[in-house]
Design a protein around this ligand. Structure first.
Ligand SMILES: Cc1ncc(COP(=O)(O)O)c(C=O)c1O
Length: 377
């Protein structure tokens, strides 16, 4: 599914030198390496501020808290994402409200969000938290319109979307704040847990920096109840090295996605439309989006059997995500039931992520496509 060693080998010397520099300076927490990575990252994304922190989960919490969202506020998000998209809202003290997804992009559907906004719940909705799932931005033109119409903050879950764009603008700079994850499998990845908040707001930046260090503006004087969610020097050093290559790696992912499309079409097994009938439906890059293909996710009505077949051929695949968030045991208290979000539920039954990473070879892609064609025949 993913061979991280192929990324590591050509970078080995550069990475070891960067790590050695951290050891020599002994700046293990925040410090010079993190500050220079933050500046480079902000420049790369075209945003004013980037604040490193200890994970994507913490970045989501930090973005919400720094935007002033907490107890007594509701935040609308998607039921089809990683658990942290919802748990971070709870962690900030706010109430998550879910709305269904668009079946083509798997992203939060603006129409479904507006339906919620038109019949306001008991708790006032203060923000929307769309997730740029699989590396493709949520429909930001529509979310910007909704944000203006209803006076809402927009927080991006950009964990899977480093380098993705909407209308030529990079994820992380689209909303009031963006949250990135540098988990080792992400397009831009650390050598452990790491994350980042991005924003164009000076106030939000200042608050995020304060909250990531226990609400201290001055040492041992606590103005806010924050948390310890600092980025460490080793991760800053690794990320700064990898930042030089991420544009090229994302371009490789785009080439691989294009090749999958061509290979599947050549076999005649890709069906048109949003839902598969007998074959498979391929993922699409929609107008306005610049997809960075964190995942290449197909739909199949016989997904589980297909996955088993691929496994028997030693071909990796993964299901992101098998259980929609409204059906997770830990989120029962939100009060949703099976049937509440049919698109998310159908996606959870049909999606299958195929291998995609910058170093994936053409012959390996052919093996994947040939195996799927064999299964379908
Ligand atoms: C959509 C999404 N949100 C949030 C996160 C949380 O990031 P992390 O694992 O770095 O805490 C992830 C990553 O796993 C993710 O994919």
């Amino acid at each position: 599914m993913l061979d991280l060693k192929r990324q590591y080998q050509p970078l080995q010397r550069e990475l070891l030198e960067a790590l050695q520099h951290v050891l020599e300076t002994q700046q293990f927490i925040l410090g010079e390496q993190v500050a220079s990575f933050e500046r480079a990252a902000a420049g790369h994304l075209g945003v004013k501020h980037a604040v490193g922190c200890s994970s994507g989960t913490d970045a989501l919490w930090l973005a919400l808290a720094a935007a002033g969202i907490g107890t007594g506020d509701a935040v609308i998000t998607t039921p089809f994402s990683f658990f942290a998209s919802v748990s971070a809202i709870l962690r900030a003290g706010a109430s998550p409200i879910l709305a269904d997804i668009d079946p083509v992009t798997f992203n939060l559907a603006p129409k479904a969000v507006e339906a919620v906004l038109k019949s306001p719940p008991n708790v006032p909705v203060r923000a929307v938290l769309p997730v740029h799932l699989y590396g493709q931005c949520a429909d930001w033109s529509s979310f910007s319109r909704l944000s203006k119409k209803y006076g809402l903050k927009l927080i991006e879950d950009a964990a899977q979307a480093w380098g993705a764009e909407w209308d030529g603008k990079k994820a992380g700079g689209l909303g009031d704040a963006g949250a990135f994850s540098f988990y080792p499998t992400k397009n831009l990845s650390a050598a452990g847990d790491a994350g980042m908040v991005t924003t164009n707001s000076d106030d939000l930046d200042e608050m995020a920096r304060t909250l990531r260090q226990h609400g201290m503006r001055r040492r041992y004087y606590h103005d806010e109840v924050g948390w310890n969610t600092r980025l460490d020097g080793f991760q800053g050093a690794v990320l700064q090295v990898k930042l030089k290559y991420i544009a090229r790696w994302n371009q490789c992912r785009r080439t691989i996605a294009k090749r999958y499309r061509a290979l599947f079409h050549a076999k005649g097994i890709a069906e048109s439309g949003s839902f598969p009938r007998h074959g498979i439906v391929l993922p699409q890059e929609v107008p306005g989006a610049h997809h960075v293909w964190h995942q290449y996710v197909i739909r199949s009505p016989r997904r589980d059997a297909l996955r088993e077949f691929l496994t028997s051929r030693k071909i990796g695949s993964e299901i992101y995500y098998p259980v929609p968030l409204h059906m997770q045991t830990a989120l029962k208290s939100l009060g949703y039931r099976e049937g509440d979000f049919p698109e998310a539920e159908r996606a959870a039954r049909e999606v299958l992520a195929l291998p995609i990473f910058p170093e994936l070879r053409e012959d390996e892609q052919k093996t994947v496509v040939d195996a799927i064609a064999e299964f379908l025949s």
